[in-house]
Design a protein around this ligand. Sequence first.
Ligand code: ZN
Length: 342
Amino acid sequence: MFDTCIAGSLPKPAWLAETQKLWPQWKASGAELAVAKADATLLWIKAQEDAGLDIVGDGEQSRQHFVHGFLEQVEGIDFEHKVTMGIRNNRYDAQVPQVVSALRLKGRVHAAEAQLARAHTKKKLKFTLPGPMTIVDTVADRFYGDKVKMAFAFAELLNQEALALQADGVDIVQFDEPAFNVYMQDAADWGVAALERAARGLTCTTAVHICYGYGIQANNDWKQTLGGEWRQYEQVFPALARSSIQQVSLECYHSHVPPDLMALLAGKDVMVGVIDVASDVIETPEDVADTIGRALQFVPRERLFPCTNCGLAPMSREVAVKKLQALAQGAALARKRLGLQG
Ligand code: ZN
């Protein structure tokens, strides 16, 4: 009951990469970098276990950014000539690589870190991949000329890697689709279908994470423009409820998302964001248990998984560790309040 997990990313240690940046530069290269990534992965598995989380992940220590980490293993993408592009409907500019020919995987993308994580934890292991629609929104297209076609091309590659991750022993494959909250009609029209293509044939648990972005300034500014009630989920959740995807991770605590929108996900597991990633203030166990209590009005207890609102990558390591502890302690308090075993 109330198994806890994180959305996906965790801060990179200062010896691995620049800290508190969304696209940090690595501190090493070649074989030395590979070892540093592995060390950081082990460090965070231990930290998640020590904090008391029930489901752990690799903290995305091996990828510079949650989208580009996947793209680096895709043939047909020119990383040498990045261009500046407004992403998430021009919310902010990013240096993005260009799609220049038909897409194909060069090989496995995340084998090293998935196998390493699996070998070093007995907890359930969740592994994250970017969703097709969010990838399409984070690259410049010079080849396909059609968003939907390109999204399904990426979905096929994601599916190959997802099936391989499942074979590595991953329990949950999660696709990250922050773009669903930006292009709601497209998400309902073809985004969810592309997601299902990416998840085709998986027998492990499948999940999607949809949020309002990392706690960076551009996102915080954007949130100020969204008004008193954030109803973006309302357009996408019905399509997700009809889909084969089993779990949905959403933003809740400190957001303006009306909690009753969670009721649109009947039949799905709901990873409820009970930890704010846009603030360094550490939630108390009471804060977390209160948020769980509010969500319980709309989500059955056996389907509620307390989670973070989004990734913790741009935060300080010290704050992130404390937030993991608050997450686990808050879930324990919520169980206690219901008279369940802590
Ligand atoms: Zn997120």
